[in-house]
Design a protein around this ligand. Structure first.
Ligand code: 3PG
Length: 208
């Protein structure tokens, strides 16, 4: 299993690592066996550790802002690193550790900074605010070699529009992993939301 096998990435905010096992199982059952566990909560490293025990799920770290967090994520078993913005230090440390890294880049200058470091996949966040689909189409002209992972404003209702763009390799979002459902242990809700998203994706892939 590798990052590029996945076209929908659930962005997880988890308050208690005790929920991580059930959450991971729900993602697998829902057909989206990947998670970007964000360092927005102190439970993130433990949650990554617990979820990584499940061999059926590909677990990485999100909202990684510092080199120290890259190290923490790697120690917990994260298989990839995602940042909301571009940090040379975070990218270089991830590369040093052999971890795929997806920095946020929404302007041509940020995209060029990523290219300078040899990266060709960038997070596009917050996608809705930074121009959404028209912006991604426009960026495809000067940067045909760059693939984007839009997140922030992606939902069940527009994910297929984003995924249909040739320069969108995957989308991310929190809509299929509501924090309240995770906290309440309502993993059936998570499974169902994932299954709906997976079915929408299968629809467009079947149509290609
Ligand atoms: C992220 O970090 O990718 C976003 O918080 C996800 O955005 P969303 O909550 O709008 O899906």
């Amino acid at each position: 299993m590798k990052l590029s096998d996945h076209r929908i990435i659930p962005v997880v905010v988890i308050d208690d690592a005790h929920s991580a096992k059930g959450l991971g199982e729900a993602l697998v059952r829902g057909g989206i066996p990947i998670a970007e566990v964000t360092f927005r909560t102190s439970a993130a490293p433990d949650a990554i550790r617990v979820m990584s025990e499940n061999p059926d799920i590909f677990v990485g770290a999100g909202t990684v802002l510092t080199v120290a967090q890259v190290d923490e994520a790697a120690a917990a078993g994260a298989k990839f690193i995602v940042s909301p913005g571009f940090s040379r230090a975070v990218v270089e440390r991830s590369v040093e550790l052999g971890l795929p890294v997806i920095p946020g880049a929404v302007t041509p200058s940020e995209i060029m900074a990523a290219l300078d470091l040899g990266l060709t996949t960038c997070k596009f966040f917050p996608a809705g605010i930074y121009g959404g689909i028209p912006a991604l189409k426009a960026l495809g002209n000067p940067f045909p070699q760059v693939s984007f992972v839009p997140t922030g404003g992606v939902s069940a209702s527009n994910l297929t529009d984003f995924l249909a763009l040739p320069n969108v390799i995957a989308v991310g979002g929190s809509w299929m992993v509501p924090t309240a459902a995770i906290a309440a242990g309502d993993f059936e809700q998570v499974r169902a939301l994932c299954a709906t998203a997976a079915a929408a994706m299968a629809g467009i892939e079947g149509a290609v």
